[in-house]
Ligand binder design. Structure first.
Ligand code: NAG
Ligand code: NAG
Ligand code: NAG
Length: 973
């Protein structure tokens, strides 16, 4: 950082006299500078104070006592949770984003003014309001805020001092006297913030259209960045009404949660601008606010009086890319109205696709924001998987309009219920919109199996956390993980299944009605579900059952001995030697609903409520066989005695359709994971793949590929690799030929949604195992594109074809794809190329690509971590990516840390192949070396990576030889 950025106190005072524009820029500059210093810890806190003083701070005690070196103190402002003394009623908020940078400094900023009216609940002489990276100023007298009482007969005490507390993110206002309980007050502030490209709070997104760079001002508040846009009581239970006004350039459109109330021209500093006033919002949480200024286009329709609009870059709208989302939004909204028995709470539903967006989408109430790939569909470029993602994400966000937005969880510790719920019902909503797709089944692959892998580690955590354990913003961010989303979805699906959907829905409906516009805790939902249960004959106790799933981590493996009828359960741990240090009040036992089949016929559901019981009906002799967890409705794995396993393997080979498709996928997934946990032999797991020569359905294949991924990670650097490739090539060849036939030599698209997926699997595995015809196919198609500049590859197949062609090719293929990536006008196509670029086998290309990931002009910030993870997924790229992440950790962490949820993905992604002592040491060293920088939302992932590495080391030592023998025998058969 150049010296010129530093502002001395003397200079600062002078600057206050210059015009607001220049002042704003200087202040924005100083924000950046002080943030930079806080990160690097290079400059002492005294300097930071000076910077703040120059902008008119009256009291500076906060900044000097702040910082990591000061001992903890008991002051109210050192606590991360707001005191309960004040409660907001409404805000009058005006914001003006400047979409052009300051000509001299090139810094973007926004200015704002906010008045919040709050009620004093108990007497206090202190006002704490969240504020992060905002600078306050009052050109008249240098006060940071002003206060007045609402009741004309009452006077507000005067302000003694104001200061910013950066650590806990407060604007602190100390008063000369007390605010009186029952009185209302209004606090007024004026402030400036940087409109940075950091994807959090009020930020900017950039894109090119017709050769011109355009800027969008947009927001991402969840979880704790509303305070980065304006001072607010930034906790989900501090609901209020928001009166929002945006001031913006003449040729732009302003959007917010509410409908537009009025618009007029105003002149500021000789410049004519638009002032857009929005109708007041409903009572809502700060994290659901959104403000957007852009010159986007839109399309609209109306669904029973609700205005539905899709916004995106003009060229995307003109190309019709918003049409699919528009068509599906109405039906999905109607579905949820019926599901919740509650009409959509707002008059409009806007959805907007943003070029830069960190998460997949955000459920801001009435103005949902998306990544472009999650909203925009183009038949020419989008695969069926892209289309499915759009339908499910829209359903997820619309589900939140009630569950989450209308009724909000009181604090972030219950985030799992909010996200788990939406992640479950997204399948119901999307299924309703696309009934042909068999979407509901896919939750088993996408969520249940996915989170099983994480929840089988001792470093997992329970769904529910205690409120007092979740305080800091990083702790809150860390909750946005697979446990909250996928395990939450899995156990809610199980709950809905054993209660029946009618009872579940009924309880849900009374819950929503009771708590609308308010807040709740997860036990409130249990209570309402129980009331619904009590209206029926059932004696089920919702909280007693659910406590075992929600309050302890992990899940059981249920073992059924069909010889004796003994059914028992045990905490399933991927590494059986790992030690569970966290005690559970349920001793890691669960109340398990068991749906099952005997010899192909579905039986009545049973409950396993003890460690072990004998169930006569579970005995199976002769040809009879048992299969439990029918349709994988339950969140657990199943193991059997050898005899029953052999019968199941036999059925797979001889009469597989007796077993539902989901359960065929389950058998493979359970066998592979039980083998990893040393509960069954690895050979048994491998045996489940033998019948795949006959299998054409998607789910079992997908399950097998997911599990074989682990074998690739463990063995693609060893002698097992060759035999494994021979065996798998042999197994996939019938599937490859099957698709070749039904697509008439790859000229047609299979009709079924899941068949289309399995076609991709067939090509991916055939090419991966070096099937010559497959590689020729991929390279020929790609070459044809390179020579004719006409891309004839079907969108469904592009990812895998690009990847295989680039892997088989050299610099020419890579450069061609890179050029196409740079010029792609639809993000969905760019994403496919971005992935495929990671497939090259050339280390120098991969290293250069890694460098590109940290240049936002080349790879958007939102895509940096996933690109690094793609590269690490490539056996050649793995060591390069790990070196890269280690060398740049501090930089990556600081540049990409704010508002980012993907650090755990990054750490898990670059370390998932780790399986040697040496790699474990490197991980430990990495943790040590960066202890002072920190790992933010990746902290837990780092521990999980070490646990996984240890378990991999042991697994390899015990299995390498027999796996080699097995593949060798099978390959030579
Ligand atoms: C904080 O307050 C508690 C109880 O009021 C007291 O026991 C403790 O010593 C205080 N700690 C500091 C650092 O002042
Ligand atoms: C917000 O604006 C309305 C209408 O002008 C006014 O009645 C109300 O007092 C204002 N509230 C605050 C906190 O300034
Ligand atoms: C700035 O100071 C003037 C005069 O004291 C006051 O009227 C105004 O409300 C102040 N503005 C803010 C944001 O505190």
């Amino acid at each position: 950082m150049g010296k010129g950025f530093f502002i001395s106190k003397a200079v600062g005072v002078v600057l206050i006299i210059v015009g607001a524009g220049a002042l704003a820029t200087i202040i924005a500059l100083s924000v950046v500078y002080s943030q930079e210093k806080a990160k690097n810890n290079e400059v002492s806190p005294t300097h930071a104070t000076t910077t703040t003083t120059s902008t008119g701070t009256t009291g500076t005690t906060g900044t000097t006592t702040g910082g990591p070196t000061t001992p903890p103190s008991n002051e109210t402002w050192d606590k991360y949770r707001l005191p309960t003394t004040l409660k907001p009623d409404h805000y009058n908020l005006t914001l003006r984003p400047h979409l052009k940078p300051d000509p001299t400094t090139q810094i973007y900023h926004f200015t704002g003014s906010s008045s919040v009216e709050f009620i004093c609940e108990s007497e206090t002489d202190l006002i704490l309001i969240h504020s992060n990276k905002l600078i306050y100023y009052n050109q008249t007298n240098g006060q940071m805020a002003s206060l007045k009482a609402v009741d004309p007969g009452h006077n507000a005490p005067s302000i003694k001092s104001t200061f910013l507390k950066t650590e806990t993110q407060y604007l602190v206002i100390q008063l000369d006297g007390n605010l009186m309980a029952g009185q209302r007050y209004q606090l007024h502030t004026e402030f400036i913030g940087e409109l940075a490209d950091d994807l959090g709070g009020f930020y900017r997104s950039e894109y090119k259209e017709n050769g011109e760079t355009k800027v969008v001002a947009t927001t991402q508040m969840q979880p704790t960045d509303a305070r980065k846009a304006f001072p607010c009581f930034d906790e989900p239970a501090m609901k209020a009404v928001f009166y929002i006004t945006l001031i913006h350039d003449i040729n732009t459109t302003a959007l917010s949660n509410g409908e537009q109330a009025s618009q007029e021209n105003i002149v500021i500093d000789g410049e004519t601008l638009l002032k857009t006033v929005f109708k007041p919002t409903e009572r809502m949480s700060t994290y659901l606010l959104a403000f957007i200024v852009s010159d986007f286009g839109y399309i609209q329709n109306s669904v029973d009086g609700v205005l539905v609009r899709i916004f995106a870059r003009k060229s995307a709208i003109d190309a019709g890319q918003g049409q699919y989302a528009l068509n599906k939004t109405g039906p999905i909204l109607k579905f949820f109205e019926q599901y919740y028995n509650s009409s959509y709470p707002l008059p409009k539903s806007d959805q907007i696709a943003l070029p830069d967006f960190n998460a997949g989408a955000m459920e801001n109430w009435g103005l949902i924001t998306y990544r472009e790939t999650a909203l925009l569909y183009d038949e020419e470029y989008s695969s069926n998987s892209n289309k499915e993602r759009i339908a499910t994400i829209i359903a997820h966000e619309l589900a939140h309009m009630w569950f989450g937005n209308l009724v909000t969880l009181r604090w972030w510790n219950d985030l799992w219920l909010n996200e788990g719920f939406a992640s479950y019902v997204e399948y119901l909503g999307a299924d309703n919109a696309e009934p042909e797709w068999k979407l509901k089944d896919l939750i088993v692959l996408n969520d249940v199996h996915r989170v099983f892998a994480i929840d089988a580690l001792t470093s997992s955590h329970p769904l529910s956390s205690r409120e007092e354990d979740i305080q800091r913003p990083e702790q809150i961010s860390e909750l946005f993980d697979a446990i909250s989303y996928s395990k939450g979805a899995s156990v809610l699906r199980m709950l809905s299944d054993f209660l029946t959907e009618e009872v579940f829905q009924h309880g849900l409906q009374t819950y929503l009605k009771t708590f609308q516009f308010q807040n709740a805790v997860y036990t409130d939902l249990w209570h309402h579900l129980q009331m619904a249960v009590d209206l029926t004959e059932s004696k089920l106790n919702v909280s007693k059952i659910m406590n075992t799933w929600v309050l302890q981590m992990g899940y059981p493996v249920v073992t059924i001995n069909t010889a004796t009828g003994v059914v028992s359960q045990k905490h399933f741990l991927l590494d059986p030697d790992s030690e569970v240090t966290v005690k559970s009040e349920f001793n890691y036992e669960w109340i398990v609903p068991i749906k099952w089949m005997k010899t192909g016929a579905v039986q009545n559901q049973l409950w396993l409520e003890a460690k072990s019981v004998t169930i006569e009906e579970m005995k199976a002799s002769g040809d009879a066989w048992v299969l439990a967890n029918h349709l994988v409705a339950g969140y657990y794995r199943v193991n059997y005695d050898d005899g029953n396993w052999n019968k199941l393997l036999n059925i797979l080979n001889t009469n597989r359709l007796l077993i539902p498709e989901i359960n065929r996928a389950q058998l493979i997934d359970d066998a592979f994971n039980l083998a990893r946990a040393k509960i069954v032999r690895t050979e048994l797991a491998l045996e489940t793949t033998k019948y795949l020569r006959m299998e054409t359905d998607f789910m079992p294949w997908e399950s097998a590929l997911d599990n074989l991924d682990f074998f690739y990670l463990m063995f693609d650097r060893s002698e097992v690799y060759g035999y494994m490739q021979d065996y798998l090539r042999n197994q996939v060849t019938p599937l490859f030929n099957y698709y070749k036939t039904i697509t008439e030599n790859w000229s047609k698209v299979p009709t079924g949604h899941l068949d289309q997926y399995n076609q991709v699997n067939a090509i991916t595995l055939a090419c991966k195992t070096g099937h010559p015809e497959c590689i020729t196919l991929a390279t020929t198609w790609f070459k044809d594109w390179m020579t004719t500049e006409q891309n004839k590859i079907h969108p469904n197949l592009r990812s895998t074809v690009y990847c295989n062609a680039i892997a088989a090719g050299g610099a020419d293929e890579w450069e061609f794809a890179w050029k196409k990536f740079q010029n792609a006008t639809i993000a969905i196509e760019a994403d496919k190329l971005r992935y495929a670029l990671s497939c090259t086998k050339q280390p120098w290309l991969l290293n250069r690509y890694l460098e590109y990931t940290l240049e936002p002009k080349l790879v958007r910030k939102q895509d940096a971590t996933s690109t690094i993870v793609y590269i690490a997924g490539n056996v050649v790229g793995q060591p390069l990516a790990w070196d890269f992440v280690r060398a740049r950790w501090e930089y990556i962490f600081n540049q990409y840390g704010g508002g980012s949820f993907s650090f755990s993905n990054l750490i898990n992604g670059v370390t998932k192949r780790f399986s040697t002592e040496f790699e474990l040491q490197q991980l430990e060293q990495f943790k040590k070396d960066n202890a002072d920088v920190g790992f933010g939302s990746g902290t837990l992932a780092l521990d999980q990576s070490m646990e996984r590495t240890r378990s991999n080391i042991k697994w390899l030592a015990e299995n390498q030889e027999n796996v080699l023998t097995w593949f060798k025998t099978e390959a030579e058969r």
